[in-house]
Ligand binder design. Structure first.
Ligand code: SAM
Ligand code: SF4
Length: 350
């Protein structure tokens, strides 16, 4: 039986033996795209500005996580994190922490061509750029904005600034881009980017997710295997959400080869059909200062009020540990009583 009282210890442990070391920080819930699996075309009522943590507040909380709670990786996300005016300052403050965390960013890529060199200089290590389609018309249908050229420019800018390996995140939607898995992989191989497909999750603001419509990990793998040879990846998976395969570029069925002629990787994040909750090492901080122990949690722990009412770092660390101790064993999507979180993905931080 799992222990019910939290033992002493510094890390972000939960009662199922997991310890969170990977922090996702949402810097804004706003976005300049409207991906249909995330938010409606008209956008959402954004969080009120006074509720958003200031740059100093968010940097202080990242410091508590890294110095006192054993966090070793920090990923900035949103909403669209490139819309946060203080992003470069926040990255620089995180890079100055010791032990130095690995710093990454998940972005839709718009504006990254301009911002990448400064982010790299501030200490950002890597980026994940979301790219669901290579077709401008499909992009407009899916994201409700004609911005595919900006995303492609952002990708190139990230690579030339050294934010490598550049990773691509793709979500496939039935009837829109569900036939595009091989083309996206070929694009990734040609450019030296590492591609990961993400199963569509019940986190859209419209609550329109339908499991029977979802493009599954198995379907994606079958489509890739029709055109590429995928080999088991000997690399340790650890807490990583993606299952990965090596792509034998030299045997791609159409004769195309990987960027460097070597073995590239492709990943699939099967949150719904191949859950990995038992190995989860994530903790999350929303733009308005709430700790979440899971993407799918319906409960949050308020650190903003504590920060603004004068709590010292010890107290903030204690509140964060208590928050994580309550993490559930799994996301429960398959449970008939499953309810979507009240916040959509854009306000949680993906
Ligand atoms: N705006 C940035 C972006 O799009 O990369 C960062 C935030 S976004 C919420 C983070 C990731 O979540 C993106 O890769 C996006 O494709 C993914 N995402 C958003 N809604 C999703 C959903 N309902 N199911 C699966 N992935 C989703
Ligand atoms: Fe914006 Fe990212 Fe959501 Fe698309 S997935 S609407 S880019 S926050």
């Amino acid at each position: 039986m799992e222990p019910s009282a939290r033992p002493d210890g510094d890390g972000l442990a939960d009662r199922y033996g997991r310890v969170a070391t990977d922090l996702r920080v949402s810097l804004t819930d706003r976005c300049n795209l409207r991906c249909s699996y995330c938010m409606p075309p008209e956008g959402l009522p954004w969080l009120p500005s006074p509720d958003i943590l200031t740059d100093e507040e968010v940097s202080r909380l990242i410091g508590v996580a890294v110095r006192m709670l054993g966090v070793t990786e920090v990923r900035f996300t949103g909403g669209e994190p490139l819309l946060r005016p203080g992003l470069t300052r926040i990255v620089a403050a995180a890079a100055a922490l010791r032990p130095r965390p690995v710093l990454s960013l998940t972005t839709n890529g718009i504006g990254l061509d301009r911002l990448a060199p400064g982010l790299r200089a501030a200490g950002l290590d890597r980026v994940n750029v979301s790219l669901d389609t290579l077709d401008p018309e499909r992009f407009a249908r899916l994201a409700h904005r004609r911005r595919l050229p900006d995303v492609l420019a952002g990708l190139a800018g990230a690579a030339s600034a050294g934010l490598t390996p550049v990773k691509l995140n793709s979500v496939l939607l039935r009837g829109i881009n569900d036939d595009e898995a091989p083309a996206l992989l070929r694009f990734a191989l040609d450019h030296g980017y590492e591609l990961r497909f993400i199963e569509q999750m019940p986190l859209d603001a419209q609550q329109a997710w339908d499991r029977t419509e979802m493009v599954t990990a198995a379907e994606i793998l079958a489509a890739l295997r029709a055109e590429f040879t995928l080999l088991p990846d000997p690399a340790e998976r650890g807490g990583a959400p993606a299952e990965t395969w090596l792509v034998d570029g030299s045997t791609a069925h159409d004769g195309s080869t990987a960027h460097d002629g070597g073995m590239a990787r492709v990943g699939v994040i099967g949150t719904v059909t191949r859950p990995f909750c038992g190995d989860c090492d994530r903790t999350r901080l929303t733009a308005d200062g709430q700790v979440r122990d899971c993407l799918f949690a319906r409960h949050e722990s308020d650190l903003r009020t504590a920060v603004r009412s004068g709590a010292d770092d010890e107290e903030l660390a204690r509140l964060w540990r208590v928050a994580m101790w309550g993490k559930r064993a799994g996301h429960g999507i398959d449970d008939p009583t499953f309810l979507q979180p009240t916040r959509p993905m854009s306000a949680i931080g993906g």
